[in-house]
Design a binder for this molecule. Structure first.
Ligand code: FAD
Length: 432
């Protein structure tokens, strides 16, 4: 009998638990440690921030679902992983021993790296459901009293799709509220060009996203370093290709949403051999840590080097498809170890992404992640908005039912969602 622990029950951790439960032997025990007992679907947060979703629409209580599948939930959260001792110290002071550990703790949001950034400062966030609900209050104030808007991501961020998504979703919401004509919008990003996305572009994401921003009268500043934020004012340095200062901007705003840089969570950061200097978990091609070979990691908490050199730090995104492939490889590899075999499964780490604009969107597929690629495809259309709704409905249903099949794999296999989407009633959500 082996004790298997999954640390974190977000997008990666929940499906990790389901896949591990299916892959492990009947005598093995599976425990999931999370901060709280509720799963919340992060990709829908931009919709929450403009009132198109409520908390209840995108949340699942994990207690019952996990109990039905024979998975133990520890909602106390972890204070510290003691990797040398094979145990986790929980926030209530108790300890949990493990034989195998999968770390799926997502990001720690580094708002503190830019003075005035984030919900404790002057900008909104859509990284967490609580932030998105606060952002909705600020959005309603913007509709009541329109003014300039600044949307984007700060230097070191690694999640650009949601920044573009939110700019377009907000633009759609403001148009529908008939106040768009009183809201000048600027997109601010450390990417060297629009549509870089931390992947050096995919297909024609540069052309598609530039054109979409132009069509919607959203100005942009690339190679942008945010130095500080004050009430209603953002200070931005635009740099040249060699990193030297090109020009400084002082951007007034009535509303701003900026994605922060990510780093590893305190429970794992600074463990010698386990994490890199940013606190991300170092793994090999089997999702396994070299110093602690009974520890695996999946999702945003994993260390992935940047795609190439850029004037400002631009991280690589870790999105649903890539995370699903990490989960499947990890479940297979732990099962191999349980059977006394060497781990062989390798995640694809391909990037397949849907970026919603509120009424349409763009999709892209990068295979492999680093160019040059075998598949380097992007496209735009109303179907992307429908597919994103499909992703949400399908994923939440899977979490509620405790199923372990993979959305993105099906999405690609089924010609980008055509088969899956036909089972989902889009009219239920069309009004939102
Ligand atoms: P998370 O989902 O963040 O889960 C981490 C979990 O670990 C949380 O439940 C947290 O409570 C828990 N945790 C943290 N610390 C501890 C601790 N000490 N003890 C116990 N538990 C802990 N990807 C897509 O493919 N499509 C999208 O449309 C998309 N949209 C996105 C929109 C936004 C706004 C963001 C921020 C990301 C988006 N992503 C999207 C990227 C990615 O898929 C998500 O960030 C996804 O949630 C990452 O999954 P994860 O499991 O790594 O982390």
């Amino acid at each position: 009998m082996a004790n298997i622990a999954v640390l974190g029950a977000g997008l990666g951790g929940v499906i990790m638990a389901y896949e591990m439960k299916s892959a492990m032997r009947p005598e093995d025990r599976l425990t999931v440690i999370n901060l709280g007992s509720t799963y919340s679907f992060v990709p829908s947060n931009p919709w929450v921030a403009v009132g198109w979703r409520e908390r209840g629409d995108i949340s699942v209580d994990l207690e019952g679902v996990f109990a039905k599948r024979g998975i133990t939930l520890r909602p106390e959260g972890a204070k510290r992983v003691h990797a040398v001792e094979n145990r986790i110290e929980l926030n209530d002071g108790t300890f949990l021993d493990y034989d195998y550990l999968v770390i799926a703790t997502g990001p720690d949001l580094a708002f503190d790296e830019v003075p005035g950034l984030g919900p404790q400062g002057y900008t909104q966030s859509v990284c967490h459901i609580d932030h998105a609900l606060d952002a909705k209050v600020a959005y309603e104030a913007l509709v009541d009293s329109p003014g300039p808007v600044v949307i984007g991501a700060v230097q070191g961020a690694s999640c650009y799709g949601p920044a573009y998504e939110f700019a377009f979703i907000l633009e759609t919401a403001l148009r529908r509220a008939k106040v768009r004509d009183r809201v000048p919008m600027t997109f601010v990003t450390p990417e060297p060009y629009i549509g870089h996305l931390g992947l050096d572009g995919v297909g024609d994401t540069k052309g598609l996203l530039e054109s979409a921003l132009r069509e919607r009268h959203i100005k942009w500043i690339t190679n942008a370093r945010v130095t500080k934020v004050e009430a209603g004012r953002m200070f931005v340095e635009e740099v040249n290709d060699d990193g030297s200062l090109k020009t400084s901007h002082e951007l007034p705003f009535a509303y701003s949403m900026m994605l922060p840089a990510f780093r590893g969570v305190p429970a794992v950061a600074g463990i010698d051999g386990l994490t890199n200097p940013r606190g991300f978990i170092q793994i090999d091609r089997h999702q396994r840590n070299a110093a602690f070979p009974n520890i695996f990691a999946i999702g945003v908490c994993v260390a992935i080097p940047p795609v190439g050199k850029t004037p400002l730090a631009v991280g690589v995104p870790k999105t649903g498809f890539m995370i699903e492939s990490m989960v499947t490889a990890t479940a297979k590899n732990i099962r191999a170890l349980l059977d006394g075999e060497a781990p062989r499964a390798v995640a694809t780490w391909n990037a397949v992404c849907l970026a919603d604009f509120g009424d349409q969107g763009i999709a892209f597929v990068a295979q492999p992640q680093i160019p040059p690629r075998n598949v380097n495809w992007s496209a735009q259309g109303k179907w992307v908005h429908a597919a994103k709704i499909g992703f949400e409905k399908y994923f939440l249903r899977k979490v509620r039912l405790g199923q372990s099949d993979t959305f993105y794999e099906n999405l690609v296999l089924d010609v980008l969602g055509i088969k899956k989407l036909k089972d989902i009633h889009l009219d239920e959500v069309a009004g939102k």
